[in-house]
Design a protein around this ligand. Sequence first.
Ligand code: PMV
Length: 365
Amino acid sequence: MNLFENTYLGNSQSVIGKRFAWSCPSNIALVKYWGKLDIQLPANANISFTLDECRTETEIACFEKNSSDQFEIEFFLDGNRNEKFEKKILTFFDRIIQYCPFVGQLKLVMNSSNSFPHSSGIASSASGFGALALCLITIEQEIGTTLSELELQKKASFLARLGSGSACRSIYGGVVQWGQHNSFPCSSNLFAQPMENVHSVFETYRDSVLIVEKGEKQVSSSVGHNLMNGHPYASSRFQQAEFNLNSIKQILKNGDLSEFTRIVESEALALHAMMTTSSPYYLLIKPNTVNIIQTVWEFRKETDSNVCITLDAGANVHLLYPEADEKKVNDLINNQLVEFCQDGHYICDRVGNGPSSITQLQHEL
Ligand code: PMV
């Protein structure tokens, strides 16, 4: 039996009339997860920085169920009922009901909002499923659980993973690793874990997200992950990621920023190389993605800056750099890069401490 099944003791009716709320940040992968083995198990181990400013706040209110449907939910995004997300949540609930039976015993009304602009091109699935999973865990805690605080956090990561793979990393702050890997003791495909003893330079690392394209991308991440099945370069890509994860572990401890740049940029380009060589092939980067990358590389040649780029599965560019380079990089953005951003839009973020419970909202309805 799975560690997270049958973990609660009380009666789900005890939470009727209560609400639970969390704020959860997004994250940016340094070594990328691309390809799945089974339901949301990573084909390769991966690692990320948890962000600070880009967050989702979610509140769940619990009511008595009054229909015989398996699940009774309402989901509101920024105050508006959102049926597209309701469908996603129903699929998620189907996956988690064996670990959280109360999702089928209560009517759950969810209210969610993102700190970053809607459709800005920043993926909200990591922060969104992270916040949702944490609310569910707090409900379990209120009902009564056999799990310790640490196990509950693990369970939150486990549940978040079943919504969106990368969401399992957002449950922890700082540098977070997910997926079984020999260099990381206790690592698991089922949930993420925070990395210990990270060099202090990374504690205040910056991430400026340059928005090249707003709105939804043409090919979703789940389609992209599936195209790794039977991909001609899949096994070399998984080996490369395993190798890069081993290297970046050392770099994250010793603070070697030029090696950090080499691995992180290579990972970003390898991710997009998988897209351009899959069948069917596709391209998510845009001319301005390339313009930004080339400008950053020129800038790095001419200055002693440690700024580097990374990409998620989209056209936007994340600039990662140490706090000490903040002024230089802000000047670079304002003088040379902002013209490549849609409507001049970019978001300044940094490595953060992880999710926070919004306790003042946890009062009786
Ligand atoms: O968690 P998903 O299914 O949205 O996939 C995330 C994939 C990447 O963002 C491209 C890489 C990663 O590790 O976050």
